[in-house]
Design a protein around this ligand. Structure first.
Ligand code: AR6
Length: 169
């Protein structure tokens, strides 16, 4: 699997799936979640509502796949990152699960390219360096079959610098 770094808006990326940093109610919100729903249109929320009715949403660390609506990406995977509460509340394991379960779901749909935002590093307050290390290690540990490329999409300069350093090591 090739690992790539990009800076910018994940809603504009042409891949088989982009990943959303959602909340467990799949209710939409700010940050990357808000940007994805805005760019992708109401079809995405309609499918989130069906998932909510069927299974009550998406627990922290898990992932669900929906239509990507008007986005250039072919599919949309919603995962729910942990809220940072100091680091002793299973935050690391839950963040690892976000990446691993999203990759697993992509493989189940035979996808070959996927792009991740920096899950939990915005409103959810996960320290950026620690989150980047978890993300890169989780992706590197994943034994892929269909997936050939994983793109880390950083929106802010700080995350971009952290990932550039990590991926060059
Ligand atoms: N493209 C790529 N990355 C982005 C974009 C974008 N368009 N916009 C922001 N980011 P956050 P969280 C980066 O807060 O911490 C929502 O309200 C941003 O710089 O979006 O997991 C949900 O509904 C940051 O590094 O997600 C949840 O309630 C990263 O995305 C809650 O926030 C994640 O920041 C989830 O919080």
């Amino acid at each position: 699997m090739e690992l790539e770094l990009m800076k910018g808006d994940i809603t504009q990326i042409h891949v088989d799936a982009i990943v959303n940093a959602a909340n467990s109610g799949l209710m939409g919100g700010g940050g990357v979640d808000g940007a994805i729903h805005k760019a992708g249109g109401p079809e995405i929320m309609a499918e989130c509502r069906l998932i909510r009715e069927r299974q009550g949403g998406c627990p922290t660390g898990e992932a669900v796949l929906t239509t990507s609506g008007l986005l250039p990406a072919k599919n949309l995977i919603h995962t729910v990152g942990p809220i940072w509460k100091g680091g002793n509340n299973d935050e690391k394991t839950k963040l690892q699960s976000c990446y691993l379960n999203s990759l697993k779901l992509a493989e189940e749909h035979q996808l070959s390219t996927i792009a991740f935002p920096n899950i939990s590093t915005g409103v959810y307050g996960y320290p950026k360096s620690e989150a980047a290390e978890v993300a890169v290690n989780a992706v590197k540990s994943f034994k892929s079959k269909s997936l050939s490329k994983v793109i880390f999409v950083c929106f802010d300069d700080e995350n971009h610098q952290i990932y550039a350093q990590l991926l060059s090591e």
